[in-house]
Design a protein around this ligand. Structure first.
Ligand SMILES: Nc1ncnc2c1ncn2[C@@H]1O[C@H](COP(=O)(O)OP(=O)(O)OP(=O)(O)O)[C@@H](O)[C@H]1O
Length: 354
């Protein structure tokens, strides 16, 4: 199937009156629907297509799938694609919604045979629900506890054979018994610039926007390796072009629009620069602990750790060391600051998740 086979449907979704300017609806309409349309993540795509193909041949649901990676890299999209490729229904929930075992039992006990259950942010599921999931994943059974205290009894209930697709931005937080029950783990990496150019070419076509190659390159290289950001920046560039240039997008116009939205030439946004700025200006380049850094930029530690840091590490601007977060020489250069003379005197330890 070619990338554009379902273009007609998508275009209809995009121009439908209810789509209007609603960003979330546009984002949903831009999602690739089949594996062949999914751009980048070559290894994950190939591994997954084998898992799905062999399940289809055996006419059995595939192994449970765990996807890990930064926000916006396509985990939800892939979960939807898994269900579509299997021709199976999809149920979507998230870790924080599964506070009690009963929340999960209600879902598990009503799954259809072969259904795909997607649990986003699976690392945030409450403990009792997690324990119920172990049994469901392995034996397709749940124990419903009736009564309280010493008189309580567990009634086993068989459930449909299903495939769990879990997504997490923090694979390290998953307890080993849960991690081990997934037959296939997909590590989603940041996208390369040429891959993001393809994402942008596809999205601009769907949005009916003419995007020259050099403008696509300018947006792609500033998209933090993330398709969701590439699509969002494309919409901002389109708005800018409509208001200031009769809708005509050029490379210079894209650059001007992105500067206006405070996305710099490396793709760093305001939070990224705040983290680096504080690290350099307030803490002399570190080392400094995550929570101190987070308080200094006025964000939750998890936001700094999950949203800003992975990209800063990937760009070689920040290192996670056993002593804390440390700015690299490139960070000083990027912000146009001069490091103190002893900044790189002490050896850096290898990157570590603290
Ligand atoms: N490989 C891809 N090819 C084309 N577009 C993509 C791809 N991956 C993601 N996208 C686009 O990026 C957007 C975000 O993807 P998605 O919601 O699947 O990310 P996510 O990893 O689940 O993020 P989060 O964890 O924040 O929910 C989607 O609207 C989709 O259009």
């Amino acid at each position: 199937m070619s990338d554009w086979d379902d273009l007609g449907d998508l275009e209809r979704e995009l121009v439908a009156p209810e789509a209007g300017g609603d960003e979330q609806q546009i984002e949903a309409a831009l999602r690739p629907k089949r594996l062949a349309e999914f751009i980048g993540q070559g290894r994950v795509r190939e591994q997954l297509s084998l898992v799905l193909e062999s399940a289809l041949r055996r006419q059995r649901p595939p192994d449970h799938v765990l996807m890990s990676g930064s926000p916006g890299l396509g985990k939800t999209t892939l979960a939807m694609i898994i269900a579509a490729e299997l021709g199976a229904p999809l149920r979507i929930t998230s870790g924080p919604a599964l506070e009690r075992a009963g929340d999960l039992a209600a879902i598990l006990s009503t799954l259809a045979e072969g259904e795909v259950l997607f649990i986003d942010e699976i690392h945030r599921m409450a403990r009792p629900a997690e324990e119920m999931l172990y049994l469901a994943m392995e034996d397709f059974r749940v124990d419903i506890v009736v009564g309280k205290g010493p008189g309580a009894t567990a009634i086993p209930l068989d459930i449909a054979t299903f495939t769990l697709v879990g997504a997490t931005t923090r694979a390290g937080l998953l307890p080993a018994p849960l991690r081990d029950r997934f037959g296939f783990t997909a590590h989603m990496d940041f996208y390369e610039v040429p891959e993001l150019e393809q994402v942008l070419a596809r999205s601009s076509r769907l949005l009916g926007v003419h995007l020259p190659d050099d403008a696509a390159h300018e947006i792609a290289r500033r998209s933090r390796g993330t398709p969701r950001i590439a699509n969002r920046l494309l919409r901002r560039v389109r708005d800018f072009a409509e208001v200031r240039a009769d809708g005509v997008i050029t490379r210079d116009l894209a650059a001007a629009a992105l500067n206006l939205y405070e996305v710099d030439a490396w793709g760093l946004d305001r939070l990224d620069r705040a983290v680096l700025g504080v690290l350099l200006r307030k803490f002399g380049g570190g080392p400094v602990g995550l929570s101190t850094l987070a308080v200094a930029v006025g964000e939750e530690p998890e936001t700094v750790e999950v949203v800003a840091e992975p990209f800063l590490v990937r760009q070689g601007l920040l290192a996670r060391t056993p002593r804390g977060r440390v700015a690299t020489a490139a960070a000083w250069t990027h912000l146009g600051l001069t490091p103190p003379p002893d900044a790189f005197g002490a050896p850096l330890f290898g990157p570590a998740d603290l």
